[in-house]
Design a protein around this ligand. Structure first.
Ligand SMILES: NC(=O)c1ccc[n+]([C@@H]2O[C@H](COP(=O)([O-])OP(=O)(O)OC[C@H]3O[C@@H](n4cnc5c(N)ncnc54)[C@H](OP(=O)(O)O)[C@@H]3O)[C@@H](O)[C@H]2O)c1
Length: 334
């Protein structure tokens, strides 16, 4: 079936400025780490992308290695773009990719050398069938490559026109600060940082968010639902067959669903109910409570989950009692 984007696609989404840049991003962005690879059902992914765009999600996040097999999420998304996003629709999208993790054999297939980053971006563009990505990330810091080399490569990539903006992912505060300064001295602004952040993983609160604010860099937390733990999926202690924790290639281990986690999500779910939200919606609005966060980067395995998460935007406010009650639950047994 031909795709005609909804005419109301910009009516209900909230757009936030990314740091001090000129770019606005939707409060909810969609990541293709799981559910869009060669092992997944192509038409399911295609419907999710269409529905996301119909609801104002203009930002799609990828990386060289997303699949499995690695590279297949970029290939599939490239095919969806070709089929559905014809004409000038490319200009309504922000498409991100990254390089840093293991992608091909030998010494040039991972980490942060100039050789790897530039070769990997060229491969990503081929798979995506695009001339440029909007944001290109260093996916992780490389302890064995000078930060100057990695940042020079990112700067040169922007100069070459193959990426419009640069991002960092998984850089802790000291190395993020140094990288942002190197880029600035080269004449390229770091647009955004992509760290892991959820109710269950809060290291960014210890300094990274302050640095990003100081330098005017946006923030896009990944795995805000702790890969599905912060949803109603595992609430009853069993692992549904189609869930990430049940899949051989799923990154969520069933061992992560401990009695302590179950007790915490059960208690959090009670607060969510009182707020008239699903647990997932509360977990997402809790991330967006901090105005240093530009957008939350979710994953979904169905259009239903996408719609459930989009309704987060109906209630982004917390009162002090709710925040205190959440803190108490998160501190349980620690
Ligand atoms: N920079 C990095 O190093 C890095 C690392 C990881 C991820 N990322 C990016 O972040 C994106 C999101 O990560 P993530 O997929 O781990 O995020 P997440 O949003 O924490 O987890 C997504 C999973 O949660 C479940 N889910 C989502 N909404 C739900 C709902 N309303 N009800 C019930 N279950 C729901 C689904 O699990 P089921 O599949 O079980 O249905 C879905 O696959 C990735 O796609 C990728 O773009 C970046």
């Amino acid at each position: 079936m031909n795709y005609t984007p909804s005419l109301t696609r910009y009516d209900n989404m909230l757009y936030n400025r990314c740091g001090k840049s000129g770019l606005q991003l939707p409060a909810i962005s969609l990541g293709l780490w799981h559910n869009f690879g060669g092992v997944d059902v192509f038409e399911n992914g295609r419907q999710i992308i269409r529905s996301a765009f119909d609801n104002g999600i203009t930002h799609i996040d990828l990386a060289n290695n997303y699949g499995p097999p690695p590279g297949s999420a970029e290939e599939n998304f490239g095919a969806i773009l070709k089929k559905d996003f014809t004409g000038f629709l490319r200009d309504e999208l922000i498409i991100s990719s990254k390089a840093g993790y293991n992608m091909w054999p030998g010494p040039y297939g991972e980490w942060g050398s100039r050789k790897y980053l530039i070769s990997s971006l060229n491969q990503s563009l081929q798979r995506l069938q695009l001339d440029y990505v909007d944001i290109f990330y260093s996916h992780r810091p490389d302890p064995n490559t000078p930060l100057e080399e990695t940042m020079q490569a990112l700067h040169d990539i922007v100069k070459s026109g193959k990426a419009l903006y640069i991002g960092l992912s998984n850089y802790h505060e000291a190395e993020a600060k140094k990288a942002i300064e190197i880029l600035k001295n080269l004449g390229t602004t770091c647009l955004i940082h992509q760290p892991k952040y959820s109710m269950f993983e809060r290291w960014v609160e210890d300094g990274l968010l302050d640095i990003l604010e100081e330098y005017g860099v946006g923030c896009i937390p990944f795995s805000p639902l702790a890969q599905g733990l912060l949803t109603d999926k595992y609430l009853h202690g069993n692992i549904p067959q189609q869930s990430r924790a049940a899949k051989v290639h799923g990154a969520l281990q069933s061992s992560a669903i401990t009695p302590q986690v179950l007790a915490q999500i059960t208690a959090l779910n009670e607060i969510a109910k009182k707020r008239g939200q699903s647990l997932a919606q509360m977990a997402l609005s809790w991330i967006l409570r901090d105005n240093r966060i530009t957008t939350v980067l979710i994953g979904v395995s169905s259009v239903e989950q996408l719609h459930n998460n989009l309704s987060t935007l109906n209630n982004l406010k917390f009162d002090k009692e709710e925040l205190d009650a959440i803190e108490k639950i998160l501190a349980m047994n620690q």
